[in-house]
Design a protein. Structure first.
Length: 154
């Protein structure tokens, strides 16, 4: 998958968490992902479709990072992932994908976004519902890691 196509999603992850949650992320190199197992405890998956492409984006957070985001953004302290934390992650996914959508629009790619689906629990599975290759980019922070998966049809 073209790294220049995925970079708007990676930039959106970093800028959104920096701006909205005051969390700086360090991006690691993009890699192919062969399995469906999420790397963190809380994921949000959003579908994308257009005449040019069909795919999905998933963003997964380590539990401590998702709880730190909730604290930094809303001033709410939670010891566990609950419905409020899951809702916040779904909203962050909309913002991240919307930002990437705007950047890709400037390159001539237009797509519609679905409503994000949030999945929780250790070792949960992410289904992208397309047949193309999946990539994963890890983002490191002192509060925990985030993992961006992007998958588009062949």
């Amino acid at each position: 998958m073209n790294a220049t196509f995925i970079e708007p999603f990676a930039e959106a992850v970093k800028s959104t968490l920096a701006m909205m949650a005051s969390i700086e992320l360090t991006q690691q190199p993009q890699q192919d992902k062969a399995d469906s197992v999420a790397r963190g405890e809380l994921s949000s998956v959003i579908g994308m479709v257009s005449p040019q492409l069909c795919g999905s984006m998933a963003i997964t957070f380590d539990k401590p990072l998702s709880l730190a985001m909730m604290q930094n953004m809303l001033g709410e302290t939670h010891g566990e992932i609950n419905a409020d934390v899951a809702d916040m992650i779904g909203e962050m996914t909309n913002i991240i994908c919307g930002s990437a959508k705007a950047a890709l629009s400037e390159q001539g790619y237009e797509f519609n976004m679905a409503t994000p689906v949030v999945i929780t629990g250790e070792n949960h599975v992410i289904h992208h519902h397309v047949e193309g290759p999946s990539t994963i980019t890890t983002f490191i922070s002192p509060k925990g890691n985030a993992y961006l998966e992007v998958c588009f049809d062949k």
